[in-house]
Write a protein that binds this ligand. Structure first.
Ligand code: TXA
Ligand code: MG
Length: 319
């Protein structure tokens, strides 16, 4: 029997982490907690293991992966840092920021990780369990969010199992993710460019650099191939910026609104809303919600990333 037919939940203690590191070394797929979302990890140097990530998620293989390491020093082994990249890494790692940097020759990173690009996305996550696993494994771990491609990202081990049980070796249960949105991605091969708004507010990145960031909407900026329009999708239809829900719609509220089935943050706090967004969408999915209306959310700070994810959840799709 294939080991992946039985996915186990591991405890976040020394034994669980040792077992997770052993499974990774064996070429297995192990989901693990980070402060943003759970990642679906594989040994980034092992082609077969990385291919397993694409298969388990049903992910298009032109969509490259982030490698996770436990220190800036480890990241420097695999990629070349510009002075801006070094400044950002020192300010925000460990944390909810990914840098896309030129890949070093002889990096040993599987070409399936970078989808053949000459850059690689890298991050030092800030979660005690995720970092303990990276340390125990001692090599870079390629990890996209641990959800079937196109569906809602997981912020709890149960979400991971709900989408991927039977397709992965294990998940390390480290509780709920504190940030709750994927990392902010900054392209740093040349002049810094925002590739994906995420768990680190863009304003913080700009304050560190001392100038505004170009965004990937800029025609001259490179595209992050993973920015597919329909993404993060619950099964139900999603309508945004709703102040007056229609009959039959379930209201996902923000702030002081009436009649919300769930509220991302009754006090209107964007950090709280970010942390509860994916769990709320998972819950509405589990409850079979067919039409979801979402209250308006301010488009600054973490609100920018929340609105990005909600627009993708609301985008027309084929299914
Ligand atoms: O918070 C996060 O970033 C989580 C946790 C697990 O670290 N990971 C995550 O990975 O969200 P994923 O695979 O769902 O998103 C990674 C994004 C994709 O949009 C991908 O296209 C982009 O990073 N990416 C990866 N490598 C790239 C590269 N070399 N150039 C441009 N974009 C890249
Ligand atoms: Mg993802």
């Amino acid at each position: 029997m294939n080991q992946h037919e039985q996915s186990v939940t591991l405890r976040p203690d020394a034994d669980g982490i040792d077992e997770a590191a052993r499974l990774l070394a064996d070429g297995g797929l192990v989901a693990f907690p980070t402060e943003t979302v759970y990642g679906l990890g594989a040994d980034a140097r092992n082609d077969e293991a990385v291919a397993g990530i694409y298969a388990a998620k049903g992910r298009p293989s032109f969509n490259p992966l982030i490698i996770h390491v436990d220190s800036v020093k480890a990241a420097e082994k695999y990629c070349q840092f510009t002075p801006e990249a070094r400044r950002l890494a020192q300010a925000f790692w460990p944390g909810a920021m990914t840098l896309v940097l030129p890949l070093r020759a002889e990096s040993g990173i599987s070409k399936l990780v970078t989808a053949g690009l000459d850059t690689v996305a890298v991050r030092v996550p800030d979660h005690p369990v995720g970092r303990a696993l990276l340390k125990a494994f001692g090599a870079p771990v390629a990890a996209p969010s641990a959800n079937p491609s196109g569906r809602i990202s997981p912020t709890a081990a149960a979400h991971v199992m709900g989408g991927l049980a039977g397709r992965i070796a294990a998940v390390v249960d480290g509780g709920a993710c504190e940030v709750g949105l994927e990392s902010t991605i900054i392209g740093c091969a040349g002049a810094p460019v925002l590739m994906r708004a995420g768990g680190l507010p863009v304003e913080a990145v700009e304050a560190c650099l001392g100038y505004p960031l170009q965004t990937e909407e800029d025609p001259h900026a490179p595209k992050s191939p993973g920015q597919l329009l329909s993404h993060y999708a619950p099964r139900g239809r999603v309508r945004l910026n709703v102040t007056l829900p229609e009959a039959g719609e379930i209201l996902l509220g923000f702030g002081d609104v009436e009649g919300a089935a769930l509220n991302l943050s009754p006090s209107g706090d964007l950090t709280e809303a970010a942390a509860s967004l994916f769990a709320a969408l998972h819950r509405l999915d589990d409850e079979g919600a067919e039409r979801i209306a979402v209250s308006p959310i301010p488009d600054h700070g973490l609100g920018r990333a929340i609105n990005d994810r909600l627009r993708r959840a609301a985008a027309p799709r084929g299914d």
